[in-house]
Write a protein that binds this ligand. Sequence first.
Ligand code: AMP
Ligand code: ZN
Ligand code: ZN
Length: 413
Amino acid sequence: MKKVFLFFILLFYISSSFGLLPILTPLEVAPPTVILISMDGFRSDYWDRAKTPHFHELIKRGTIADHLKPVFPSVTFTNHYSLVTGLFAENHGIVNNSMWDPVSRKNFEIQDADAVDEGVWWEGEPVWVTAERQGKRTASMFWVGSSAEIKGIRPTYWMPYDQAFPKQKRIEKVLEWLDLPSEKRPQFITLYFEDTDLAGHRYGPDSEEVTQAIKALDDSLGQLVAGLKIRGLEKSTTLILVSDHGMASVKRSDRLLLNDYVTTTEAKVVGKGALVFVWPVSKQAELAILKKVKNKTGPFQLLLKEKMPERFHFSKHRRISPLVFLANEGWYWETGLLPSIKPTVFGMHGYDNISPRMQAIFLAVGPDFAENKKVGEVENIDIYSLLAHLLKLRPANTDGNYQRIEKVLHSKE
Ligand code: AMP
Ligand code: ZN
Ligand code: ZN
């Protein structure tokens, strides 16, 4: 008898170490977990681009929105941080991927890990901070902002961002966290993939490479769902699949050079791509720039901070420059003295957030969501309120509206 008992203990131990069984004592029930997954640059019409059985299984099992409306500007850092704070750019401070702060006089670039990890850039309260403060553990398999201490708090588990970290390993990490004993197991987990954004920029949204990236993400989702199934967590776990923005094709022939309108002696120029911040060195320099724009129009808009369209919610923050050069969709700013020899960008985002090409995705599966349900638009800034509801948290103040997103829930048929 003793031998049989030892045999089972050994079997349990071996299965657990190989990730075949969750390390749960028989009476322990896993608390409900929410996994927020972002597929960067996954446009709202990408669902049917390839044979994607796992996406379609989830669509059948859950609730899908026609699209998720990004905030302005439709770039990665701004939108990922809006998703987890429920705030517009002007209220959370990540007003673009590249910024300059006129008070600290510091620069922020997404490739600069020291800047990205500096808590002072990140205002508002990401949902993992709300959760940790209210006694719930959180984990981040990458998310914009998760490697910085915000209000003195990071997720319990997090990893420094590494674009080369394989998708399979990211999923294994999430499953590992779910295998932790209940007092250590996170109830909220983020998971991030950049594939569709990278392929979209390099080859354009209509390319075969984007289709391949969509397929690869479908495989990864299949791997995650299989891991949940083995652990008996498939039904109790909520998956919320979102993206930050869409992608537009860019013109390959004509170029848009900022240098035609702004010289480095006239202003500090911050960023490139769809949106460029211009900080004139003096009133005189600002007038000179305005005159050039008046005399030579082009496929762009010069947005004045003082007269920003209200719907952008993009005027309050000190990191928004007095002049914002916004390329028309299909164009992007080059900021060198001359055009680059060979264009390497065939897809771009960052444009007006109501453009159909900039729309992102929302799909939710889990105990709170109806099967096979379709809703219209969901707004980026309402996701925080939804997460707070699912995690039973007292939410921080946001720009979002819980009543507006309630329609995605099962109980609100
Ligand atoms: P963009 O297309 O310029 O808006 O930015 C997309 C890029 O952001 C991706 O290629 C990622 O490599 C990068 N990125 C995403 N998440 C992070 C992060 N947490 N830290 C640093 N870079 C990130
Ligand atoms: Zn992005
Ligand atoms: Zn991008």
